[in-house]
Write a protein that binds this ligand. Sequence first.
Ligand code: ZN
Length: 219
Amino acid sequence: MNIILLGPQGSGKGTQAALLNARVGVVQVASGDVLRAAIQSASPLGLKAKSYYDVGELVPDELVIGLLIEAIDQVPAGTDVLLDGFPRTVAQARALDAALAERGSTIDKVVELRLPLDVAKERLSGRLVCRTCGAVYNERTRPPRVPRVCDIDGGPLYQRADDYPEAIEKRLKIWERENDALVGYYESRGILERVDAQGSPEDVSRDLLAIFAPSDASA
Ligand SMILES: [Zn+2]
């Protein structure tokens, strides 16, 4: 099965993907990781992607889709694939559908982690980064032992400009507009599932398992 995981920053997509991998063997294919790995490996598509990166341009959708399909091909047959980070827009979703259809494949399911934007904003605004080693903390969910001091090296913790409330709000608003359209697209195809992402990671994971491995969850 090819599954897309949608949800705002702060909805815990990475954590949930890792839990699904550990519990039912779902393999996460995250577009950001795939791009970075391709560029490092200097494969033909990777070199092409790098030429856009180097001049600060967005990597075109067709190239990202090509890389994603290569990554999906490397997952053993019969293993569920969880796409994360792509598509972000309806145009990308259509292009991905067309590329998969050419190969006799399809997106089987789309799971949306639902989180009110004010909760996402609150979760994200507590992020702190160590100036010395780059370790990431969260005032609310993963506080350092001493306020604003890194546990590892005692370096000062600071809030990145990206994590200022105004920057977060702007980012989430843009995300919301694109996401609403994307969700509508998949809903009209009848493959959309929704999971409430407000609970603890364990609660969310239980709800996801009910979708990914219904028999395991009821056992
Ligand atoms: Zn540090």
